[in-house]
Design a protein around this ligand. Structure first.
Ligand code: FE
Length: 305
């Protein structure tokens, strides 16, 4: 089936753009791109942008753009969406230019998230460089990263994303606190283990986290140190998930949702050989709440003579 090739860009609105710029560029190591109308464009690779931060009070996800790879695939996806009763709009040139794509359509998924379908995201004139992330960001076969979204009901999301070309990766169901069950579905559209995930869990925002990946673990560790040195709150310490085996930590962005910063995520290279399973925990190790670590470390200190 003709489907989307990768998650091309994340779009958010933020109430404090200078804070975002400092956080993304000086702490995480993304590169500044060129953006229009007071927005902040952030680069992860040779593309003009992979994250677009627009001024706005919502401090939440506004859109995600998916690369269709060709006009024919964009039209095939749009046709399937229309047939299934979804509204899909062909966006004008002004918006396409803002997104730096040649063609752009937009629709909404069943949770109400704006989904943009594009062809040809422009490459930047300048090569990508990040002194803070010498290994570079890992986008070559898996796109910009992944998005983990809290949703009221995951099945309509699975149906919608299947329609635009996603395949099931796996599920995780864990009771994280008495009576609070996280029930998450993970889907892929290229070798990256998952590009979208939907969790039936409480969430005040449309996005729980975006994941971005670097090519070497040392750059995860160095980013972790920079986050702590800058006094930016961690949402979860270093750890690893059982499904994508990403070595990662979670940091709270200036907008309140999280970014997962990781390396060495598992790939699904052969769909025919892949078996969809259900895991019973979100993390194999780590990903602790910082307060748990503080408590554990202070216990160690008080035991010392
Ligand atoms: Fe994640």
């Amino acid at each position: 089936m003709n489907g989307v090739k990768e998650l091309g860009y994340f779009g958010i609105t933020a109430s404090d753009l200078p804070a975002w710029e400092h956080f993304a560029v000086e702490v995480l190591g993304l590169a500044r791109g060129e953006a229009a109308d007071g927005a902040l464009a952030l680069r992860l690779d040779d593309r003009v942008h992979r994250m677009i931060v627009e001024p706005g009070a919502s401090d939440d996800m506004q859109f995600i753009g998916y690369d269709c790879g060709s006009d024919a695939t964009l039209e095939a996806i749009a046709g399937r969406l229309r047939e299934a009763g979804h509204l899909i709009e062909a966006c004008d040139e002004t918006l396409a230019r803002r997104r730096a794509v040649r063609r752009l359509h937009a629709t909404r998924d069943p949770a109400g998230n704006r989904v943009e379908l594009y062809v040809d995201l422009a490459r930047a004139d300048m090569p990508f460089e990040s002194a803070l992330v010498p290994s570079g960001f890992c986008t070559a076969s898996g796109g910009a990263g992944h998005a983990f979204m809290p949703v009221p009901d995951r099945q309509p999301m699975i149906d919608f994303y299947t329609l635009i070309g996603f395949r099931m990766s796996d599920f995780i169901v864990e009771e994280v606190a008495p009576g609070m069950v996280v029930d998450a579905a993970f889907m892929h559209c290229n070798p990256r283990h998952h590009t979208v995930a939907f969790a039936q869990m409480p969430g005040a925002k449309a996005i729980h986290h975006f994941m971005i990946e670097v090519n070497e673990r040392v750059d995860v560790g160095c980013a972790y140190d920079r986050v702590m040195k800058a006094g930016i709150p961690l949402e979860a310490t270093l750890g690893m998930h059982p499904n994508d085996r990403m070595f990662s930590f979670y940091v709270t962005t200036p907008s309140g949702f999280a970014i997962e910063f990781g390396a060495d995520g598992r790939l699904i290279e052969d769909d025919d050989a892949w078996e969809v399973t259900t895991h019973d925990r979100l993390s194999t190790w780590g990903h602790s709440r910082p307060a748990q670590v503080v408590e554990a470390l202070s216990r160690g200190n008080s035991a010392r003579p």
